[in-house]
Design a protein around this ligand. Structure first.
Ligand code: SAM
Length: 190
């Protein structure tokens, strides 16, 4: 078996966790690549809730879904992922975050440690036992290292009886390569 690249491994984890009919969350829709991938996995009986704070991202995601006839099984929401509980009340099987900024757009609009952690905490409540939250951590931009460190401190402290936390990272790559944090819920948190 070869070592899977970060984005390849992210997709493999999602594909292994999500089955047709599930509800899932794309916490950072961006250009909608992950939203479309998840919409394929959940099928016409499942649902994807996708969040982004930029109108441009919401439109790009809606367009990608429509072009692939996946729009019926997804809701794209112009709001921050920290407000997930306003829109999602049913249990979810998985959530994905790609932290940082939208490639090709305003670099000042980036995910932030406080709201990212708030969203992860709320998603852990909504997550099925056996479900997974995956964060692809980009940390090369301004503020990225602060978000990375605060997030690592938060997830490292989650009790292992309830959540298994994995860090998947290539440690000899140059220029702040992204890495994965994957949270697998083992038991409902108290
Ligand atoms: N997964 C995306 C794709 O397939 O194109 C890329 C996502 S990009 C790295 C990060 C996105 O997070 C940006 O589009 C940005 O607008 C969005 N974002 C920043 N803060 C956010 C927040 N609080 N809630 C939801 N999205 C946010």
């Amino acid at each position: 078996m070869k070592l899977q690249r970060v984005l390849q491994y992210t997709k493999a984890l999602l594909a292994d966790t999500v089955v047709a009919g599930d509800s899932v969350v794309d916490a950072t829709a961006g250009n909608g690549h992950d939203t479309a991938f998840l919409a394929e996995l959940v099928g016409s009986k499942g649902h994807v809730y996708a969040f982004d704070v930029q109108q441009q991202a919401v439109e790009a995601t809606k367009l990608r879904l429509a072009e692939n006839q996946l729009d019926k099984q997804a809701t794209v929401i112009l709001d921050g992922h920290q407000n997930v509980k306003k829109y999602v009340s049913e249990p979810i099987k998985a959530a994905i975050f790609n932290l940082g900024y939208l490639p090709g757009s305003e670099h000042s609009i980036v995910t932030k440690p406080g709201t990212t952690i708030e969203a992860v905490s709320d998603l852990l409540d909504l997550l099925h036992v056996g479900g997974m939250i995956i964060l692809v951590v980009y940390h090369g931009h301004e503020g990225g290292k602060d978000e990375r460190d605060k997030l690592l401190a938060y997830v490292s402290d989650l009790p292992q009886k309830y959540v298994h936390v994995l860090r998947y990272e290539f440690i000899n790559q140059k220029n702040d390569p992204p890495f994965i944090i994957a949270l697998e819920k083992m038991k409902d948190l108290p």
